[in-house]
Design a protein. Structure first.
Length: 366
DNA sequence: AACACGGGGGT
DNA sequence: ACCCCAGTGTT
């Protein structure tokens, strides 16, 4: 196996599946499908046009929504030729309500291509299928499996979730390396017979049992050797999409202690921490002395405390707290400024990072 | 309100 | 080759 090390590492030993004693992954899925999977779906046929239409409709749309549209669409356009010869308006009208209208435009274009290039016969060569607009590798594999019995793996969102959990594959499945590793695994697991049942089983297991949240592991046919289940990672797999980098800002907050009283400033109602009592902020710890002087206080001592991070939805704030002992007349309390003792500060409306700071030993001098 | 989704399109 | 999007349902 010529895989890069980090990929191989993320895939536990599934390569020996074919030699193990207990039923293989695919065998268990197929048995499960016969008892618990979906049956009698209207597109369960080997008519490639029917299979194709259903696969396109099922992209980003659930089975129960698709069924009535599928039947109406086929009644209106019973063959690839009738679809190819229809006008765009008719096709779009038949799709109306399903959403993602690019799918309908691609379907229509593909029908015309099949007429022009394949004499109106849906191609059975997977490369030619994949060359049609709106059909990628996974959809092509599903069509070739259902319509022609070809043993090819699919890899849609449901399958990615099942494989990530069962094999314990970490990393965001949208990442190309991770996706490539999943295709390799999917290839390995494909059975040599009953590909139709197996393909449907993967779809059904993903949507009925191995769901995004609250998977029903108690009824899962592959729970026994599921890595996520064994290691308590069903909720953290598949690895979620990395949050896009949020900007980091920095600020210095002054803990102005005058005796055992801490100076807090009430923020305006609008904006961040609106209406909460907060520490005065300066640009750097070097500004502490000037800040005190400007507010009629003498700075007796300063202690720089360890910086820490607070994460908002849209940015990350690095807070450098500086504890200051001050003397002098001090600020006269008013609407905006108040002196709090430690206990009353914690009882006041203060933001979470200040609460963290005040419950930390170091921040509370004296 | 944020996330998920298969394929296409743009850089 | 890589990143991001469209457009809608789910959590």
């Amino acid at each position: 196996m010529n895989m890069k090390r980090n990929q191989a590492d993320s895939i536990p030993d599934v390569y020996c599946m074919s030699t193990q004693q207990s039923p293989t992954f695919s065998t268990r899925l197929i048995e499960w499908q016969h008892v618990h999977g979906r049956h009698g779906l209207p597109w369960h046929s080997s008519n490639p046009y029917h299979v194709w239409l259903s696969e396109i409709m099922l992209q980003q749309t659930q089975v129960n929504t698709v069924i009535p549209y599928y039947q109406a669409f086929l009644a209106k356009f019973p063959t690839i030729l009738t679809l190819a010869e229809a006008g765009s308006d008719e096709v779009m009208a038949a799709w109306s309500g399903l959403g993602y209208y690019t799918r309908a435009r691609n379907l229509h274009r593909a029908a015309q291509l099949i007429v022009a290039q394949h004499q109106g016969q849906f191609p059975d060569d997977v490369e030619q299928v994949m060359a049609l607009p709106g059909i990628g590798r996974s959809t092509a594999a599903a069509i070739c499996a259902f319509a022609f019995g070809q043993c090819r793996p699919i890899l849609d969102g449901n399958v990615k979730r099942v494989l990530a959990r069962w094999a314990g594959i970490t990393g965001f499945p949208g990442d190309k390396k991770v996706e490539a590793a999943m295709w390799v695994l999917a290839e390995q697991l494909v059975p040599q017979a009953d590909i139709e049942t197996y393909t449907q089983a993967q779809m059904d297991l993903g949507s009925l049992v191995c769901t995004r949240s609250k998977p029903r592991c108690d009824v899962c046919p592959v729970a026994a050797d599921c890595v996520a289940r064994q290691t308590g990672r069903t909720t953290s797999l598949p690895t979620p999409k990395p949050r896009k980098a949020i900007p980091t800002r920095a600020t210095t907050m002054l803990l102005i202690w005058r005796g055992d009283k801490l100076l807090l400033q009430k923020r305006p109602d609008r904006g961040i921490w609106g209406g909460l009592w907060c520490l005065p902020e300066v640009d750097t710890s070097l500004d502490a002395e000037a800040w005190c002087a400007r507010h009629g206080m003498a700075l007796e001592s300063t202690t720089c405390l360890p910086a820490f991070e607070h994460v908002f939805t849209h940015f990350r704030l690095t807070i450098s707290p500086v504890a200051c002992e001050v003397s002098g007349p001090g600020l006269t309390p008013d609407e905006q400024w108040q002196w709090f003792d430690h206990k009353s500060a914690l009882a006041a409306g203060i933001p979470q990072p200040l609460r963290r700071l005040l419950t930390n030993r170091q921040a509370v001098l004296l």
